[in-house]
Design a protein around this ligand. Structure first.
Ligand code: HAM
Length: 412
């Protein structure tokens, strides 16, 4: 679990602000769901045989003996929330959320045990148009963040539960015949979750998979039509994608469309956003059948991509230095006055003792362009010395004239 230092946190906030503006411009509304849910919710909705449920959840018994889990992802909680609050039946909804998720994975660059996601979940829309809208929205976010050149879209269709079952048995037959070539993990998955073998990074297994039957050949007519229509919508909007039949996602709830946005610039953990359709999920929490589709993006990974491009806006604009007790008290009052009267601008007061020279060093380090200096002489004359830290020019101004002068300097 990583600590977020000031610059990192600023980047996270910047990304979240960009995402918020884009999502709201598509009519998405923000919701909040708890960090803790009943363990059963995740094991049922995410799937007993997934890596997440099998070995990555932070699960504990609370004081009542109830088994709780720190959310490893957002979709299950959003579906529960929507169902419990009557927000789904016969309604069309577009939600978004942001917050920390928890998975006990092996940590490495871009993979943490606490990580931040921003997600979008839509309900009540069965057609491919909403799938396309979600992808356009992602593309707009990458463009606004200035990283669209480094991210591409991988797309697949997982069909219906029935078509997947037919494919699953063909795949198992094929892999059983080539059992000797499988790695240990894939061998285990052959019993529990064979589709996940498609995701294997082991070269020998990948070789075997190259001649395995593909899910695409088993798609039912409706899924095929949905996928073709989606592709047409993406083509019309010139959103480029790569069809990748091995995108099966690590969660069990998907059907039809699945996708991942991937970058080559982060090494092994290159998936910055993943999602897809989950039409059967609302029924699983006791609701009426209700189509759903969504995605979640990993803020930690996006922040890493922005790190060398991001320009901090955390710098101060005005730094107030003071010498002597009366001047220190006045500095605080003046700062309040400035904040109350200027439309924008960051004002930092030197709240400590210190020689003028060391205070001016702090002023430089704060990034401020303007320093205000108040000493005993200034106090007695009711004046403030205003120093332009870029040019070094300084002048003494009457206390009443300072705010007007500052607002002009900040506008320049
Ligand atoms: P996911 O693919 O498990 O999907 O996670 C989505 C994104 O979260 C990943 O693409 C990645 O950027 C980020 N992420 C996942 N695990 C970690 C980690 N350990 N460290 C850092 N970042 C990570 C879901 O969670 C689904 N709920 C997405 C969804 C929403 N599908 C439909 N609606």
């Amino acid at each position: 679990m990583q600590d977020l230092l000031p610059r990192q946190k600023e980047i996270y906030r910047y990304i979240e602000d960009v995402v918020r503006v884009v999502l709201e411009s598509y009519g998405y509304t923000e919701i909040g769901v708890p960090v803790l849910e009943s363990t059963q919710l995740f094991s049922r909705l995410v799937g007993e045989a997934t890596d997440i449920v099998e070995k990555e959840m932070y699960t504990f018994e609370d004081r009542n003996g109830d088994s709780l889990t720190m959310r490893p992802e957002g979709t299950a909680g959003v579906v529960r929330m929507g169902q419990e609050n009557g927000l789904l039946f016969n309604q069309i909804q577009r939600f978004w959320y942001a917050g920390p998720m928890f998975r006990h994975e092996r940590p490495q660059k871009g993979r943490y045990r606490q990580f931040e996601q921003v997600g979008a979940e839509c309900f009540g829309m069965a057609g491919p148009d909403i799938d396309a809208e979600l992808l356009f929205m992602c593309q707009r976010i990458w463009e606004t963040l200035g990283i669209s050149d480094e991210i591409h879209l991988e797309l697949n269709s997982m069909g219906t539960t029935e078509s997947r079952a037919a494919y699953r048995s063909e795949l198992v037959n094929y892999l059983e015949e080539h059992r000797d070539g499988l790695d240990k993990d894939s061998m285990r998955r052959l019993e529990t979750n064979p589709l996940r073998i498609l995701d294997s990074k082991v070269p020998k297994t990948q070789e075997l998979l190259a001649s395995a039957p593909t899910l695409t050949d088993f798609l039912d007519a409706e899924s095929k039509m949905h996928f073709d229509q989606l592709r047409r919508l993406l083509d019309q909007n010139q959103l480029f994608y790569h069809i990748n039949p091995s995108i099966v996602r690590g969660l069990d709830y998907y059907n039809k469309t699945v996708f991942e946005w991937v970058t080559d610039s982060l090494g092994a953990q290159g998936t910055v956003c993943g999602g897809g359709r989950y039409d059967g999920l609302v029924e699983q929490v006791g609701g009426k059948s209700m189509p759903g589709v969504g995605f979640a993006m990993g803020l930690d990974r996006l922040a890493m991509m922005l790190d060398d491009k991001f320009e901090s806006t955390a710098d101060a604009d005005i730094y107030i230095a003071s010498l002597g007790e009366p001047a220190r008290a006045y500095a605080l009052l003046l700062a309040e006055d400035i904040r109350g009267n200027l439309a924008h601008g960051k004002v930092v007061v030197h709240c400590a003792e210190g020689k003028l020279k060391s205070q001016m060093k702090k002023a430089d380090a704060s990034g401020a362009n303007i320093a205000l200096i108040i000493g005993e002489e200034e106090i007695s004359k009711r004046e403030v010395t205003v120093k332009d830290l870029q040019t070094g020019e300084q002048q003494s101004l009457n206390a009443e004239a300072v705010i007007d002068h500052l607002s002009k300097m900040l506008e320049e």
